[in-house]
Design a binder for this molecule. Structure first.
Ligand code: GDP
Length: 366
């Protein structure tokens, strides 16, 4: 058995790449394989729904594959499954985790996830990897990650959907989150890598957002965008162990001083810095206490529910935008006229606003 096979838990869907294997850049081949895998195990909507509600991880994985497929037939079926499952979604705490590569995200999730499972929770780990929509490859999935958690009977790990547009990756992650909730996972961890755009998207799908940071804060603080710090509900300085422990404490104070002057991401909640060592499991419990306090505070004030409602509305708007964008740019009239209009604009022969209006008029009159 190859290394890849042995690190794959028994319930992982055969046709689907797992977090412990590299997601190759060849997107078409990958999707073709995926579609074959769906075909082989084609189930009825009722079977999918019953399987998910029965906490069957194999069927859950297959239902997610259906959601991730770009084939119209699968999308339609996936939407019917989601519709049936809607009464069972939403009863989880959704936690986003971000940080630069090397900050220790997978080590943290491994420790935090196991801690939560031991406490009796059921934990699903999803990933939003912006690189997968650009290169078809993956930053988050390129090494062996979270091996112990992956084998835990109360945990479920799903890598970032590969291929498609960034908007597509976000939709798939949101819908996957709902499926996991229907399958009884009461903690959803959404991991992303720190490159701006996807952080805003993840903020838009979680209740609590956590930034994993490193020491050497002096330099890092200079470089870290204020906007990033205003997106999160906690900053956790990881690797607070050994020689680094003191430095981590200093960094925590520095972060706290800056946070004091920034706008907080969540109304009624003060974003603060903490330290932890994911490698030695220190400080993990405290972070969970912070999150529990956050949930209690925001549920009491109504901010929790209000954010979720707003997120649904934003999601609807994002979907409409995506849909219209695709319709517009795929329309034959637009495809035919756009190159010449682009040329005119670039050559300074037509003002941009006028050109855009002309193209939209052509599209609307089609
Ligand atoms: P990711 O790229 O953010 O997912 O980071 P990883 O979890 O892969 O961690 C990057 C490196 O930092 C690995 O070599 C880890 O073993 C190490 N690391 C992660 N957390 C800790 C920690 O708490 N303490 C120490 N000393 N090393 C850590």
């Amino acid at each position: 058995m190859s290394e890849e096979r042995t690190s794959r838990p028994e319930w992982a869907d055969d046709g689907k790449m797992f977090a412990t294997s590299y997601v190759k850049g060849n997107d078409r081949a990958h999707l073709a394989k995926e579609n074959r895998s769906i075909k082989r195990k084609e189930r009825s909507v009722e079977e999918y729904v019953a399987g998910v509600l029965n906490h069957d991880r194999t069927i859950l994985a297959q239902a997610i594959t259906l959601i991730e497929s770009n084939a119209a037939k699968h999308t339609e079926k996936a939407q019917r499954i989601l519709h049936e499952l809607l009464p069972y979604v939403g009863r989880s705490i959704r936690i986003g985790i971000t940080g630069v590569p090397g900050a220790g995200k997978s080590t943290f999730i491994e420790a935090f996830g196991q801690f939560l499972c031991e406490k009796g929770h059921r934990v699903a780990v999803l990933a939003v990897d912006p690189s997968s929509s650009i290169t078809g490859g993956s930053i988050l999935g390129d090494k062996t990650r979270m091996e112990h958690l992956a084998r835990h009977p109360r945990a479920f790990i799903r890598p970032s959907p590969s291929g498609g547009t960034l908007g597509g990756v976000h939709r798939k992650t949101r819908e996957t989150m709902l499926l996991c909730e229907a399958a009884g996972y009461d903690i959803i961890l959404v991991e992303t890598v720190g490159v701006g755009q996807s952080e805003v998207a993840v903020r838009g799908m979680v209740d609590f957002f956590l930034l994993l940071a490193l020491t050497g804060a002096g330099d890092e603080l200079q470089g870290m965008k204020k906007g990033m710090m205003e997106l999160v509900d906690a900053i956790v300085i990881n690797k607070a162990d050994g020689d680094n422990k003191k430095k981590a404490e200093v960094a925590k104070e520095e972060y706290n001083q800056i946070l004091h002057y920034l706008r907080h991401a969540t109304k009624g909640w003060e974003t603060k810095a903490y330290t932890c060592s994911s490698l030695y499991g220190e400080g993990i419990e405290q972070i969970w206490e912070v999150i529990e306090k956050f949930v209690q505070t925001t549920k009491q004030s109504g901010v929790f529910e209000e954010r979720r409602r707003e997120q649904m509305k934003d999601w609807l708007h994002a979907m409409i935008k995506d849909y219209l964008h695709n319709r517009f740019f795929h329309h034959p009239v637009v495809q035919q006229q756009l190159p010449a209009i682009e040329e005119d604009v670039m050559a300074g022969k037509q003002p941009v606003t006028m050109a855009a209006e002309q193209l939209i008029r052509l599209y609307e009159e089609r």
